[in-house]
Design a protein. Sequence first.
Length: 413
Amino acid sequence: MQHTPNSMRPHIVLTGRCNAGKSALMNALTRRETSLVADTPGTTTDPVRRGMEWRPFGPVLMIDTAGLEDNSPLGGKRAGRTWKALESADLVLLLIPPGVWGRAEQDLLATCRRRGLPVLPLFSQADRGGPDPSAVGELAAQCLQPLAVSSRRPEGLEKLRQEVADFLLARAPRQLSPLEGLVQAGDRVVLVMPQDSAAPAGRLIMPQARVLRELLDRRALALSTDTADLPAALDCMREPPQLVLCDSQALASVARDTPAGVPLSTFSVLFARLQGDLAGFARGARAARRLREGDRVLIAEACAHHPTEEDIARVKLPRWLEECNGVRLRFEHCRGHDFPADPAGLALAVHCGACTLNPAELRRRQAICEEARVPLGNFGTVIAALHGLLERVLAPFPESGTLLEDQVPQALV
Ligand code: SF4
């Protein structure tokens, strides 16, 4: 359980106004002092994350957040981080303290509804008093059934554990595996994984490690190689492989060396399907060849790392986008959870493989862009589009018929 990456765990976010009992509930549910508890408002400043086993469902990530109505000088920034945490939620636990009901709760419910975030309201600190009658009425009108809980009483907690487990078992999105529908036992798969100066020392990056592990689990035969050695690797095989997978940056060269009849895709495209909506990324990527002078392009990475000379996000991708379109572009960058809430005005957004995000957060980013009519591709689909290879890297997928439909992104119509 401890080794399940956070990106593979449903995210449960505790939210509510200051001193609603979020941190005490977090500690009671995780059965340890994960969050600092005090009567002073604003004790929790940044979101606190803790992985735990939610029986009988399995591993989840609990996220305790700062209070929504924090009027301190840093309150605005804290609220911003709380909203970012909510973007990743598979389930929101909204804590409503005794006798309290107001704008904070109403706005949060309205936003969750608009963004399709499932909410379970909790009348918290039930040992201290009952709920405000208008809270009961308004929640009932929205068909929400709150639970009364107290971090000091086991009865409410047990009911909450059961209710959340039922929700997760019924509604948590089923996790695909990277190679689902692509590889069978006994298949031969070639992995082209050049390790340039941007690669971490002494280990593989997560997408490569996960694919290699799945090939072992599926009892497929893996042959790993650098780009330059691909022709030799293919020559030494008695029959062609069932699949070639490569790093997106090596795609042009790998496509030249891989015979036309051999299915070819990239790790980044695999992760676009695993974490998000691949058809949406494929549509967004087509805009990468239709950029005009001075267009704004956002490049988003889900984790922070020190950019190198060969950096894909800062150096290569901007260069390829400008060369392919023959124009100068204005690039913007964001990292981690800092994806813009309103991307309107961008001509294109390009997301990394997002291997550290959970699917809920990546899909919400796709929805935000769709709403703002901003085409969003990911590194894999955009690089393939720039090289004229989008159809080829999508063809191996069982759902390729839908993926290959050419729907022009709205922003460019
Ligand atoms: S989160 Fe994005 S930038 Fe970070 S390793 Fe994964 S794909 Fe690369």
